[in-house]
Design a protein around this ligand. Structure first.
Ligand code: THU
Length: 160
């Protein structure tokens, strides 16, 4: 028998100003996207900005639906659009920010399981890690170095 412990590294920035100017600019684009979220049911607004290897930035926000499961998270709106616009171009970083009408989101919201799975698909395909920058409305910023880190034992095409 063997036991294995899995661990991964997060970088926690106490405030936005600690990030590089480029990363701050990417987060600003995610914030701008968040302001256009369509979230009348949850009142939880999420914005995402995807930085591609070719320097392009593709944004997304959550899009809800009266038939709840028909809605889509901000990350998947952005990442699917990025893949549709720039097929074959790798994703470098995805900045994600969340806000709520009900309370101040002062710590980063983690991507849901479906979004992790969707982003893992592209990370596996491009054979290069996708970095995440996570933020609430205010407070610290958390950097994850890859999607595989936050989806351990993930399912990918190697199982098929
Ligand atoms: N949401 C996202 O956009 N991204 C996530 O990773 C978590 C949840 C959205 C989905 C829904 O519109 C609202 O937040 C509440 O779950």
């Amino acid at each position: 028998m063997q036991k294995q412990k899995l661990s991964f590294e997060l970088t926690i920035f106490d405030e936005l100003a600690e990030l590089s100017k480029k990363d701050q600019a990417l987060i600003s684009k995610a914030v701008a996207a968040r302001l256009h979220a369509y979230a009348p049911y949850s009142n939880f607004q999420v914005g995402a900005a995807v930085l591609m290897e070719n320097g392009k930035v593709v944004i997304g926000s959550n899009q809800e639906n009266a038939s709840y499961p028909s809605g889509l998270c901000a990350e998947r709106v952005a990442v699917f659009q990025a893949a549709a616009l720039y097929p074959g171009v790798s994703i470098k970083t995805v900045a994600i920010t969340a806000a709520s009408i009900h309370h101040m989101v002062d710590s980063p919201a983690a991507p849901c399981g479906n979004c992790r799975q969707s982003m893992l698909e592209y990370e596996t395909k491009q054979k290069k890690p996708i970095r995440l920058l996570l933020m609430g409305e205010t407070g610290n910023v958390v950097q994850c170095n890859s999607i595989a880190d936050i989806l351990p034992l993930g399912f990918d095409s190697s199982f098929l």
